[in-house]
Design a protein around this ligand. Structure first.
Ligand code: IVH
Length: 674
């Protein structure tokens, strides 16, 4: 690469290679290159771009993660307007739509329709010039949208450069599609927001919209946004030959590397359309993203043009909406529930109402901000929405039906269970009871957790019985459970001699548990199953765990200062240590983690990096510890091995610089099994 021309060529080649491998990885889920090879290509591109800024193009794959803050959103006029859709709410509406079309296309008895799920996301226009993503905009008012190019570039399934020969692309094309967030990612983002005291999103659509309208593109980059292309705006045909149908457009998009919904189908007539609707309705629940209906589009593009549009919606397309899964009901009571670690959640109890085939009678309300936002009160008539298996949600209050004497719900000052003073830590949206196990509600919840399936797993000890035991003051702490006798429970509601014997037997049989489950059962804040497993593997026995200090804890992968703080708070409270010792003296036996010492990894210091395809990272780590290896989180001269998976990142470079032995996933598994 001596002369300038070959540098430019290499930059272009790097774009192509990187784009292709990124597409295979992100969109097709089929990686075609080792991660370190990908990183090498990327680094080469970065170096060339730094040395030769004249070859740093906006569409370079290096320009995806925008770091610059935007100072607002520029208004941009769409070349072709972005239309909206008319709705059909039932089969008759759909038949009318089909008839209007047949009446206008003389001499036809039926038309083909492209049938597509109607994604509940945000419409986005992508303008590609010579195959490069030039600008991305929101729909806005249909004529003028907002420039969100920097944010859209962070969505890694949207190609910055289309796949194929430049001569095959139209000079300019406006590609219409939907940016959305999957249901599981939406839940995860909301949980994160709750934890950090930020506002939650009401639904996945709002989450996608909020993520795209960010002035800081690195925030957008951190949100797991997805994209499907579904339509076309302006095209400058030039040498490019336009496909003949909507379905072919989608196929072409797919070949260019743009994600297209795989559930798209062609229907021969209106009956086929109805069949498609039934099919998609049956799939709706299991789809990873939310849809609110299906869209039918006349497949033939010439016919579309001849049908034209009325006001802002085309005559050739319609949205067939799912029946709304909402119902109206009356709130009988709003009460406050105390969680295991003291969080107070408002719960609305209403007259049972059938929503989409399921009878619901209560909904939890995120927090008090949400009560205030909705201004919901006891006695109110409310609209309730049920979405799949999500907890029912109150979406609005019918103020016209509000009684004159209703009063606003104010946050309780005292814990509804133990009456102690509640507090709301700075920046937290959640009110808390700080009485810990002295609070009966927290006591019940903690005991329910202690005996639950992934903790002590005590058969026959369900929520109701635990609550009864606490209420009758038969069990005041974890240790009391193991002191229970048949005569204590035999007279309780619902018990007889046999069931009382069975319960006591299963409690006694449950005394031997793996250390990880024992730690998990203690219910320490931030210590879920995975963290409990890490703690067990690192400390190996209960005595060492009780003696843990901050340095020991922070040394453990996956345990940060927050979890470590809660663990120390637990261990430093003498009452807790005493309680654990009492459990041990009652014969509770947390099984020590067994370690073998005859593996090549035994007593070696190992770092893991990247993601693995044949073994979960956490399991790999667990198995390494089981053969006596020390797994730490950063590479140093003391590291014996680095095990690399996909996308290894900077640890790989550091390890090679230090001359540390590097093992791939397969090699590491072989050694573990040796
Ligand atoms: S076509 C002229 N296809 O629904 C055609 N829209 O209610 C306009 N949408 O703004 C849109 N999935 O954001 C089309 N497969 C799909 C769609 C879809 C979701 C959204 C789109 C549009 C809104 C209209």
């Amino acid at each position: 690469m001596k002369d300038t021309l070959s540098i430019k060529e290499r930059v272009q080649e790097l774009h192509q290679l990187i784009n292709l491998h990124a597409h295979n990885y992100h969109s097709l889920d089929k990686p075609t290159i080792e991660d370190h090879e990908y990183d090498a290509l990327f680094n080469e591109l970065l170096e060339l771009e730094e040395k030769f800024p004249e070859y740093l193009f906006d569409f370079s794959p290096s320009q995806r993660v925008g770091g610059k803050l935007l100072d607002g959103f520029k208004k941009v006029e769409h070349i072709a307007p972005m239309l909206s859709l008319d709705n059909a709410f039932n089969i008759d509406d759909m038949k009318d739509f089909n008839k209007r079309i047949l009446d206008r296309i003389i001499g036809t008895e039926s038309v083909e329709y492209s049938c597509e799920p109607k994604l509940d996301g945000i419409a986005v226009n992508l303008t590609y010039i010579d195959g490069h993503l030039e600008i991305a905009t929101t729909r806005g008012d249909g004529k003028v949208g907002e420039d969100i190019t920097h944010n859209v570039k962070t969505v890694n399934t949207i190609p910055l450069t289309l796949i194929g020969e430049q001569s095959e692309f139209p000079k300019i094309i406006e590609i219409r599609g939907e940016v959305f967030i999957e249901k599981k990612d939406f839940d995860r983002e909301n949980k994160k927001a709750i934890k950090s005291g930020e506002k939650t999103f009401a639904n996945p659509r709002n989450a996608a919209a909020g993520s795209l309208r960010q002035l800081d593109p690195s925030v957008t980059a951190s949100r797991p946004l997805k994209y499907f292309a579904h339509g076309i705006g302006h095209v400058d045909e030039n040498k490019f030959e336009m496909p003949k149908s909507q379905h072919e457009i989608l196929k072409l998009y797919n070949s260019w590397g743009l994600p297209v919904n795989p559930l798209t189908k062609v229907a021969n007539d209106v009956e086929d359309c109805e069949e498609y609707f039934t099919y998609i309705t049956s799939k709706r629940e299991e789809l990873p993203y939310e849809i609110d209906g299906v869209v039918y589009k006349v497949n033939d593009l010439k016919k579309q043009t001849s049908l034209g549009q009325v006001s802002r919606a085309p005559r050739w397309a319609i949205a067939r909406k799912f029946p709304a899964e909402v119902g109206m009901t009356y709130i009988k009571k709003i009460s406050f529930q105390v969680g295991r670690v003291g969080s107070i959640t408002p719960v609305a109890e209403f007259n049972p109402v059938n929503i989409g085939g399921v009878v619901v009678s209560h909904a939890s309300i995120h927090n008090f901000d949400e009560i205030e936002r909705l201004d919901v009160r006891e006695g109110d008539t409310v609209k309730v929405k049920r979405a799949g298996d999500v907890i029912p949600q109150i979406i609005s209050v019918d103020i016209s039906k509000r009684k004159k004497l209703s009063s606003k719900i104010s946050p309780p000052k005292k814990c509804p269970s133990c009456k102690s003073q509640l507090s709301k830590p700075e920046g937290d949206a959640i009110l808390r009871c700080n009485a810990g196990l002295a609070c009966p509600a927290q006591k019940s919840e903690s005991l329910i957790h202690f005996v639950s399936r992934n903790a002590f797993n005590i058969d026959g000890l369900g929520e109701r019985i635990v609550e009864l035991l606490v209420e009758k003051k038969l069990v005041l702490n974890f240790a009391d459970l193991f002191k229970l006798k048949v005569e204590d429970v035999i007279d309780l509601d619902g018990f007889a001699e046999k069931s009382a014997n069975n319960l006591i037997d299963s409690i006694q049989d449950g005394k031997v548990v793996p250390l990880s489950r024992f730690i998990y059962a203690l219910g320490i804040r931030e210590v879920g199953e995975a963290t409990a497993m890490n703690l067990a593997l690192n400390f190996r026995n209960i005595k060492r765990f009780l003696d843990a200090n901050e340095d020991d804890l922070l040394e453990i992968n996956d345990i940060g200062p927050v979890a470590s703080g809660y663990i120390l708070e637990f261990l430093e409270d003498k009452k807790n240590v005493y309680m654990v010792q009492e459990l041990l003296s009652l014969g509770v036996d947390p099984k020590e983690v067994e370690i073998t010492n005859d593996n090549p990894f035994s007593s070696k210091s190992i770092v893991i990096t990247g993601s693995f395809s044949n073994i979960a990272r956490s399991q790999l780590k667990e198995e390494l510890i089981r053969v006596g290896a020390r797994v730490s989180s950063s590479v140093s001269s003391k590291t014996d091995f680095l095990i690399v998976g996909d996308k290894p990142g900077s640890k790989l470079k550091k390890a090679s610089d230090l001359g540390i032995k590097i093992l791939e996933e397969g090699d590491a598994i072989k050694i573990l099994n040796s």
